[in-house]
Design a protein around this ligand. Structure first.
Ligand SMILES: Cc1cc2nc3c(=O)[nH]c(=O)nc-3n(C[C@H](O)[C@H](O)[C@H](O)COP(=O)(O)OP(=O)(O)OC[C@H]3O[C@@H](n4cnc5c(N)ncnc54)[C@H](O)[C@@H]3O)c2cc1C
Length: 301
């Protein structure tokens, strides 16, 4: 396999898969890199909302459809984490632990990861009650009470998913109102299994072999709540450590681009959840990918 490509796309989430496929269909030699399994944040979401237009409603099925189509279109898929990107003659060097690759243009589509609560017990009880995946781990909490932490779309969506399995879902939010889309707010308000608890901040996760309770600070006082599971969806942090420091970030660490989605380093583009200003949905990530693919293709002419 050659180590030299026209374009390297870092990340096989929906943004990266979309961009890589579009470029390959234009006859451009494209390689996509992935550190885990393709699909990114939606890999374990069984019911995407909204469902992608013309695509599968389940995250894994939607992503597999795309990776298959990309392979048919000629995308080289490389299962290695990218550790560094640097400007080089005629483009960029992209490094992994085991290899060094060259590309004329690079699209950073490395997305984001769910933030940790950062409280005692969270790391200790991971896999023993602390989870980030409602669809995968929900069935382990049949008829139990669990806590979901957060106030955005993901928290409310996943709280609803957990009611398929759990007797009760305590939805804890530190603010006094949700910032999720109105339809998700209406869904949780109408769900009799969800108990809304505003002004609540988780301070610690406690238990023995498994999670047994959480310590919660409320606007007035503190309380202990008996729960078997804790699912935190309190926002995302971008995966951008491998991007050179010369590329500016916003206050959240997301990469800054101009309106064409090119960073200040000519030939280095940023799309999807890693980019400052990208909306939070799949549709937004795919729109970014289409725009960048067009711009990159034009640049390569
Ligand atoms: C719980 C949850 C549920 C959601 N549900 C919906 C929904 O129903 N509908 C909807 O529209 N949106 C939903 N979203 C939002 C949606 O997931 C994002 O908008 C979208 O996934 C962003 O895609 P992306 O490709 O930019 O990033 P990501 O999905 O984060 O993909 C980035 C990929 O890059 C890889 N990567 C990172 N760093 C490296 C590296 N150094 N080297 C190689 N690879 C790397 C990652 O492993 C990952 O696979 C949900 C989000 C969450 C958290």
């Amino acid at each position: 396999m050659s180590n030299s490509f026209d374009v390297i796309i870092i990340g096989e989430g929906i943004a990266g898969l979309t961009a890589a496929g579009l470029l390959a269909k234009k006859g451009i030699r494209a390689a996509s890199f992935e550190q885990q399994l393709f699909g990114g944040l939606i890999l374990n979401v069984n019911e995407l909302d909204p469902a992608p237009a013309g695509g599968e409603a389940g995250g894994a099925a939607f992503a597999s459809e795309m990776i298959g189509a990309n392979a048919d279109a000629g995308v080289t898929s490389i299962q290695e984490p990218v550790s560094a990107v640097a400007a080089a003659e005629g483009g960029f060097t992209v490094k992994t632990e085991t290899g060094s690759y060259h590309a004329r243009q690079v699209i950073v589509a490395s997305g984001a990861k769910l933030k940790m609560l950062g409280v005692p017990g969270e790391a200790e009880f991971e896999g023993r009650g602390v989870s980030k995946c409602a669809d995968c781990d929900g069935p382990m909490f049949q008829n139990e009470t669990v806590a979901v932490v957060g106030g955005g779309d993901s928290a409310l969506q996943e709280a609803n998913v957990l009611t398929h399995y759990c007797a009760k879902v305590l939805l804890l939010h530190r603010g006094s109102a949700f910032r999720a889309q109105p339809r998700f707010v209406e869904q949780v308000q109408a769900n009799a299994k969800i108990e809304l608890r505003f002004g609540s901040r988780v301070e610690a996760i406690l238990g023995g072999q498994m999670v047994e309770k959480i310590l919660v600070k409320r606007t007035a006082g503190s309380e202990e709540l008996a729960v078997a599971g804790v699912f935190a969806y309190i926002g995302l942090e971008p995966n951008a450590a491998f991007v050179p420091d010369t590329v500016e970030r916003d206050a959240t660490g997301r990469l800054l681009t101009d309106v064409t989605l090119e960073t200040a380093l000519p030939g280095l583009w940023a799309i999807g959840a890693v980019r400052s200003g990208c909306g939070g949905s799949l549709e937004d990530a795919m729109r970014d990918a289409k725009q960048a693919a067009e711009a990159v293709a034009a640049r390569l002419k």
